[in-house]
Design a protein around this ligand. Sequence first.
Ligand code: SF4
Length: 616
Amino acid sequence: MTESYGKRLTIDLSAKEVTKGKIEEDVLKNFIGGKGFAAKVLYDELKPGTNPLSPDNVLVMVTGPLVGTSAPAFAKTAFATKSPLTGIFIDSYVGGSLGPGIRFAGYDLVTVRGKAEKPVCVYINDEEVKIEDATDLWGKDVVETEKALKDRFGRDVQIASIGPAGENLISHACVCHQIYRQAGRGGIGAVMGSKNLKAIVVKGTGKAKVADESSFREAVRAANENIRNNKVIQEGLSKYGTLTMIPMAQAMGIATVKNYSTGVMEEEVAERFSGPAIEARYKPERLSCYRCPIACEKLVRITGGKWGKFSAETEFETLMLLGPNIGITDYETIAYLGLLCDKMGMDTIQTGNAVSFVMECYEKGLMSQEDTGGSEVRFGNEQAALEMVTDIAYRKGLGKLLAQGTKAMADKIGRGSEKFAMQVKGLAFPAAWDIRGAQGHGFSFAVSDRGACHLSSDVDFIEFSGAPEVPDRFTLEGKPKIVKDTEDLATARETLISCIFNFLPPEIHLSLLNGALGSDISMDEFLLVGERTEQLIRAFNVREGNISKKDDILPGRVFEEPMPKGPGEGHKISREKFEEAVDAYYQLRGWSKDGVPTRKKLMDLGLEKAAQEIGV
Ligand code: SF4
């Protein structure tokens, strides 16, 4: 492995100590980077049973061997920790230029533990690393924080910061970068808040080096050509961003509408929200992560209207979850709600999901106006949505309840509400997709390492492909194997921190990796890194959250309520087939009937310590 890869920076805020070191050769080989390093560090260095909001929790900020190089769409940074929302492993990825900045400063892995006595920011300026007072920033929103930090450290720094939601330990607070980008899921921002860490500021003046320049150049050429020839990218993502998925979701009847109940929007709404319609109306600015030729992000400038003048980035998840899923169909209102979340530093997925859950509880009579502080919390009530989103970050009014996340809310409200609390292991369902019409994808929500995650496998791409050998999207038949195999692949990709939207085939990922490290890792070894990482995370989740079969489940709605209309009309997931699929998946994974990794499987992957600790 290359000499220039594998540098580690360790920061202890309690001891005010900074240590630099090199990641061990066997860790590099067995876990590569990104999600792999995150899993290894958290497993080895987090004391079992640590409270996620205690100083002992470890915050991981990690890049990968391709980040900051000329490889296209490898600009992301992974954040990982023990989640205050779910109590288990969480990783979340942010684009922009933070990851390249960290590598240019000379580091590949940064870990933070302990707790500062008062608000601080960490300033990483190449070799120099300082813990500085940030009392003046506490209480500022994300826009104000970014501005103040740039005034202090210069325009050329990269910033990861938290807003009021992180400071107030909201369970879905995120880590924010460049205002519109977030490591959104699982409350990593609250872990920063619990450490009194307002921001990490990075200035790097070096380079992300590669070991074998000529083979790396050839792999980059192949990757760029692949992206240029990909129609989904060129005619969809590059032109319209992720809103390119709206017409597809509508046409397939898998749009998330009114707390995941109907699967279809009004035709007129779907049309108005489509990429071409937004393009024609607002002419959004194209934004790109570091050196990404796809540039899928679209910044819309609203020049006036009921919410005044503002700019916002409304990608698919935000648009659906703060829009049709809470019954709101006015684009500018949705954009404004999204901006409020961004400024407060809150995950739009979890926020929209929690709001839609409360709205359904209210409409079903499980909550009264007394519970909502006098508000008519019905689907489509813009004012009620605005109040809730504003209040969550400060735990005011109904915000106190919403700040806990959908699972805890359902536990509190009870009376059968857990059936439509759309979450797995505490993590909210995302907008992609109404899983009654994407059943393999739904199955991957149930077994994914971090809860209801739409990025953990590629099964949706495969079940939507129409390939004759793949059972259709309304069945679980054949899906456990596809989920298991593509989870391993997706996790292997996440060790490189590849953006999912580059759609590069595994062979190109591998040649980029081997070029960057000067290695000759085979495809089998690469996939094994994915599997090893997955198994270690499962062992972590067993150790930290007592995770087992009881947790690999889906909410009752998807089993009991057939889709009421649209192309998926009449379809629901069979509970019996789901149970069979879970058993089949456990067998493929080498887990016990209760979903715990077996000793043999862990030993085969070199995870002896995990086998001992979880007692198998
Ligand atoms: S495709 Fe989009 S999210 Fe991915 S790296 Fe490029 S600009 Fe960033």
